[in-house]
Write a protein that binds this ligand. Structure first.
Ligand SMILES: CC(C)(COP(=O)(O)OP(=O)(O)OC[C@H]1O[C@@H](n2cnc3c(N)ncnc32)[C@H](O)[C@@H]1OP(=O)(O)O)[C@@H](O)C(=O)NCCC(=O)NCCS
Length: 159
């Protein structure tokens, strides 16, 4: 489903600590309790972190990213976010497909994530990729206004 319009279509490629500030900026537009640049720097240097970014072609800006942590043959998507101006144009889809293929290529057999039960956009995205609910955590995410939202634990077999 590629739907990026235009000459400035992003390309998908692995990213590292050099993109920490941009990841933090996109995260801040996406979540009530954003991670800071230093949080991303730490994640990027930690072993087992794999991240892919959608790099907008014109200015080489980051349009979105997905970041996972691998341990003992399993992986967890820690975060995925797309800059608001790039949403609903196929960026997350274009990120997830090669990201999952890359994890499978290093013999990761199961991929997990936790999603806010009220996040219908993300839930629709994960359903499209074949994730299935395998658990639920009550009062898990802090939302704006300090209300706690439940999380669904999702799993997708890769091998
Ligand atoms: C969730 C998110 C990553 C989706 O990124 P995106 O690039 O807009 O997603 P895509 O364009 O690839 O959309 C793929 C599919 O996901 C679903 N989807 C995406 N956004 C949606 C929305 N706002 N409402 C309903 N479904 C949506 C649709 O099924 C969509 O396919 P369609 O456009 O053909 O209907 C983006 O909305 C985002 O960054 N949100 C804030 C951060 C977040 O919630 N991350 C997930 C945390 S678990």
């Amino acid at each position: 489903m590629i739907r990026w319009t235009s000459r400035a279509a992003p390309c998908i490629r692995p990213i590292g600590a050099e993109r920490s500030a941009e990841c933090a900026a996109i995260h801040a537009t996406s979540f009530a309790y954003p991670w800071h640049e230093a949080d991303f720097e730490q994640l990027f240097v930690a072993s087992g972190t794999f991240a892919d970014g959608a790099i907008e072609a014109k200015e080489e800006h980051l349009a979105g990213f997905v970041l996972s942590r691998v341990a003992a043959g399993e992986a967890e998507i820690l975060t995925i976010a797309v800059a608001p101006e790039w949403r609903r144009r196929g960026i997350a889809t274009s990120l997830l497909a090669p990201h999952m293929a890359g994890l499978a290529a290093i013999r990761v057999d199961r991929l997990f994530l936790e999603v806010d039960a009220e996040n219908s956009a993300a839930r629709a995205l994960y359903a499209r990729f074949g994730f299935e609910q395998v658990g639920e955590r009550k009062a898990y995410f802090r939302t704006a206004g300090a209300r706690l939202a439940g999380a669904l634990v999702m799993r997708r077999d890769l091998l």
